[in-house]
Design a binder for this molecule. Structure first.
Ligand code: NAD
Length: 269
């Protein structure tokens, strides 16, 4: 459906009743994305690792939404998460591939095991989720896929060498998926968040503080100062863009790298 009727309304996103899977979403950007989709009437299935957080996320989202345990580094867990979502909510037509983020550190400090883990948790899970869900989306003729990556896909950061490398790969993968799935009514985009107030951001600022011999508050102040809008992002500000990309309205946005970073990324590419 091209969705002509939606254009007569005030930014109606048109996703009420659609089943959405949001990976790594028991806190931070993923949880905010799940909440934004739920607010728009989607039936949301989130996953995470920690039992307490899963319970908390389920309570926060409320019924009919669901939260499950799924280790995104495990093929079996991903297959199970897809199956229970289909059983409990129906066939998913929206997929947001978020992750916990690969191990942080400089390129010379990263060993082969960290690269391997980074690949399995950051890239292979995206492949498995798209391969698991796209056949049903194709059949229904409608789908929205958003890969949450990072501004480092465009502007590599020495402090997160694995993330910078693998996220650039997901940008390429996303383009290929967009080309392959476009004629079946499925859009595929990457959302590249900038510095966003979450637990992971605090962890990265702590690493930076340790390296420079400063403190967390000082690093947070410096990080905010470096952003043209003068502050870090709130998770909701990333989530609203995710919700738009998952909407009927965004049917002509595909294969794109959408940077939501307060203007910090340099260059024009
Ligand atoms: P976060 O640490 O606040 O939340 C991470 C979520 O991932 C949690 O729900 C956790 O349970 C889940 N998770 C971790 N490992 C998992 C696994 N193996 N299986 C299933 N779930 C798992 O992180 P965040 O800051 O919200 O970041 C989300 C993503 O956005 C990350 O990939 C990160 O690299 C990226 N990102 C974050 C920022 C930032 O400033 N926060 C900036 C750019 C990109």
């Amino acid at each position: 459906m091209i969705g002509g009727e939606f254009f007569n309304e005030i930014m109606e996103l048109g996703i009420e009743g659609k089943v959405a899977m949001v990976a790594a979403a028991t806190r931070g950007i993923g949880l905010a994305a799940a909440q934004a989709l739920a607010k728009e009437g989607a039936l949301v299935s989130v996953c995470g690792l920690d039992a307490q957080r899963i319970e908390k996320a389920a309570a926060l989202l409320g019924k009919p939404h669901r939260a499950y345990r799924c280790d995104l580094g495990s093929a079996g867990d991903i297959a199970d998460w897809i199956a229970v979502t289909q059983r409990d909510l129906g066939a998913p037509s929206i997929l947001v591939t978020n992750t916990g983020g690969p191990p942080a550190g400089r390129i010379g400090a990263m060993d082969a095991a960290q690269w391997q883990k980074g690949f399995e948790n950051t890239v292979l899970n995206v492949v498995r989720l798209v391969n698991g869900l796209s056949p049903a989306m194709k059949k229904s003729g409608w789908g929205r896929i958003v890969h949450i990556t990072s501004l480092v896909a465009k502007d590599p950061d020495p402090m997160v060498a694995i993330s910078s490398t693998l996220r650039a790969g997901i940008s390429a993968m996303s383009r290929l998926q967009a080309r392959e799935l476009g004629r079946d009514g499925i859009t595929v985009n990457c959302l590249l968040p900038g510095h966003t107030e979450t637990d992971r951001q605090t962890h990265l600022l702590e690493l930076r503080a340790k390296e420079r011999g400063t403190g967390l508050d000082e690093e947070r102040r410096r990080a905010a100062e470096a952003v043209p809008v003068g502050r870090l992002a709130r998770t909701e500000e990333i989530a609203d863009v995710v919700a738009f990309l998952c909407s009927q309205r965004a049917g002509y946005v595909s294969g794109a790298q959408i940077v939501v970073d307060g203007g910090i990324t340099g260059g024009l590419g």
